[in-house]
Design a protein around this ligand. Structure first.
Ligand SMILES: NC(=O)c1ccc[n+]([C@@H]2O[C@H](COP(=O)([O-])OP(=O)(O)OC[C@H]3O[C@@H](n4cnc5c(N)ncnc54)[C@H](OP(=O)(O)O)[C@@H]3O)[C@@H](O)[C@H]2O)c1
Length: 245
């Protein structure tokens, strides 16, 4: 679908990648861009219409879908990362928050906006996933589980909405230079690059955008993940546990 003339809604549009998605949608000629955020006053970019939305609040999600009936492109960008392990986390709070936001919040948005998109000719959904949808890393284990669940829902929603002509795009990325990855001292992609590739995928009708070399390599290695992916993660984790790192 064409970005030019579309009516987009971006979740988590107040900062990070979501802000860049909203800016690029404006610059690529979207007719209207709703910038959804828990604090709408923080959405200040020219051409972006702020709207209050916590994606974990089903009542508010329903209200926003009832209000924004002109949406043709939904960008499910909002997410949380708590850097939490499965076993040594003090409790399940981080795992539950990540699942509530990254999985149930995204699912809730897809369900609420599916009829809106259908009424407007099909449109598209972009779900912001991660390279950790493909494998587990102990450093952000429960986040990875939530992104794996969101990957599964993305594939399922695509199947369920095919009949109404809705394009459902999965975007996988490794580290992106935003607040979320601020603690990681590693090479990062720019949010501009990730958003541009995601929106290019929408325009090209592609169901998946693998936004960087790491995401492409990992996806291509999945059939041999226990040989090609997990040994180096295990080694790094064992070193971390033993205090070498
Ligand atoms: N940064 C990376 O390395 C990286 C890599 C791969 C994928 N991703 C994914 O890319 C997306 C954007 O992340 P980012 O890097 O821009 O992270 P970020 O800088 O931490 O921004 C996260 C955004 O999500 C919003 N958000 C969190 N919970 C929300 C909720 N319940 N309702 C509405 N908005 C909520 C935040 O709003 P507040 O300001 O109110 O907190 C913020 O706008 C996420 O889905 C993330 O998982 C990030």
């Amino acid at each position: 679908m064409k970005i030019g003339g579309s009516v987009a809604l971006v979740t988590g549009a107040n900062r990070g990648l979501g802000q860049v998605y909203a800016r690029q949608l404006v610059s690529r000629g979207a007719a209207k861009v709703y910038g959804a955020a828990r604090d709408p006053a923080a959405v200040t970019d020219p051409g972006v219409t702020p709207i209050a939305l916590d994606i974990t609040d089903p009542g508010r999600v329903a209200q926003v879908a009832a209000q924004c009936t002109d949406v043709t492109l939904l960008v499910n960008n909002a997410g949380v990362l708590k850097y939490s392990t499965f076993i040594n986390a003090p409790n399940l709070d981080a795992a539950r928050l990540e699942m509530e936001t990254n999985y149930f919040g995204t699912l809730s948005m897809c369900r609420a906006f599916a009829p809106v998109l259908a009424a407007n000719g099909g449109g598209a959904i972009v779900n912001m996933l991660s390279v950790t949808s493909f494998y587990t890393n102990p450093f952000d284990a429960s986040y990875g589980a939530s992104k794996a669940a969101a990957w599964s829902l993305t594939n399922g929603v695509r199947l369920e909405l095919h009949h109404q002509g809705t394009l459902v795009v999965a975007v996988h990325a490794s580290f992106i230079d935003t607040d979320m990855a601020a603690l990681a001292d590693v090479p990062k992609d720019s949010p501009e690059s990730v958003a541009r590739q995601a929106l290019d995928a929408v325009e090209a009708g592609q169901v998946e955008a693998l936004a960087d070399e790491r995401s492409r390599t990992v996806k291509a290695s999945l059939s041999r993940d226990h040989e090609l992916i997990y040994p180096s993660i295990q080694e790094f984790w064992d070193d971390a546990v033993s205090g070498t790192h």
